[in-house]
Design a protein around this ligand. Structure first.
Ligand SMILES: [Mg+2]
Length: 300
């Protein structure tokens, strides 16, 4: 680690607003990371605003809150500070609501959590119940597009198939907006990569030549969303820190949004990765590096 060692207490003293990644910071697989529950509870005690931001699109904001609760992280519903969970399905729904309020119906390649979240924000969804996997050339040629569907929204979808991809590409070829929850190509299950959202995006980009607007990290738009929904004025940005375990999403988000960052070493990246071209192609240096979120001075 470089420079002065940062402890959790230093962050609490310096910042009022905490944007915190979930996997690799609070949780690892089915367990809470040592010290993370205590750290979040201290932020709540100190009335610091906390925004939990994950690129996972399979849950609604409420679903993510319930998941954290199961791990012992119970967020107050109301109070002086704001406690909000942003799955990328929530970020995406708010993005559409704020930027394209005229969009009321979308074609979705994604899970139920994404559809539920969009519907909660008043956006009707089509696509979840498509179980047929094929589409014949004749049907494709004569396929009637729904004029009300104004965007294709892509998230993690375990039930992606040829028919869904074909219909989505048809909408995109006919001028509908292309919006994705996150760019992640794969997750790692105990060291075994498994395809995620980025793979579906690549297929559609390959067919149509179009690239989506990606709502999840490292897009700094999340900070505008937080500002519009809860209030995070420009002058408070200096008192905001993004804490995460992945350089190219969490730390790049902080950089893109103009806020400080803290890399924790309990997930994807190591302290050495900061100087590794492949892991950190844009050479963004985190403001702080901590071994873990709950790196307390008093017990060091
Ligand atoms: Mg993470």
């Amino acid at each position: 680690m470089e420079g002065t060692e940062t402890y959790f207490e230093d962050l609490v003293e310096k910042y009022n607003h905490f944007m915190i990644d979930c996997d690799g910071v609070l949780l690892s697989g089915t367990k809470a990371i040592e010290g993370s529950v205590e750290a979040v509870n201290r932020l709540i005690e100190q009335k610091k605003s906390c925004y939990f931001i994950t690129n996972s699109s399979g849950r609604t904001s409420k679903g993510l809150r319930e998941k954290l609760d199961k791990f012992g992280i119970s967020l107050p519903e109301t109070g002086e500070a704001t406690y909000c969970c942003f799955s990328s399905s929530y970020t995406t729904s708010l993005y559409i609501k704020q930027e394209y309020p005229e969009i009321k119906k979308v074609f979705v390649l994604g899970e139920k959590g994404l559809c539920d979240q969009l519907e909660e924000e008043g956006i009707q969804t089509v696509g979840l119940d498509i179980t047929e996997i094929s589409i014949e050339p004749e049907e494709y040629e004569n396929y009637e597009l729904d004029e009300d569907i104004q965007a294709v929204v892509v998230g993690y979808d375990q039930n992606i198939n040829y028919r869904k991809l074909s219909i989505a590409s048809l909408y995109l070829q006919n001028g509908r907006k292309f919006i994705a929850c996150n760019p992640d190509m794969f997750d790692s299950i105990h060291g075994r990569p498994i395809p995620t959202t980025g793979v579906t995006i690549e297929a559609l980009t390959y067919i149509t030549g179009l690239k989506p607007y990606i709502c999840g990290k490292p897009n700094p738009h999340i900070v505008n969303i937080i500002d519009k929904e809860f209030g995070l004025p420009e002058e408070e940005k200096a008192k905001t820190v993004m804490i995460g375990d992945r350089l190219t999403t969490d730390i790049y988000l902080a950089h893109n949004a103009g806020v400080d960052s803290c890399l924790v070493l309990t997930g994807c990246n190591t302290a050495e990765d900061v100087h590794n071209k492949e892991e950190n192609p844009d050479k963004i240096i985190p403001t702080h590096v901590m071994p873990r979120l709950g790196h307390f001075r008093e017990s060091a």
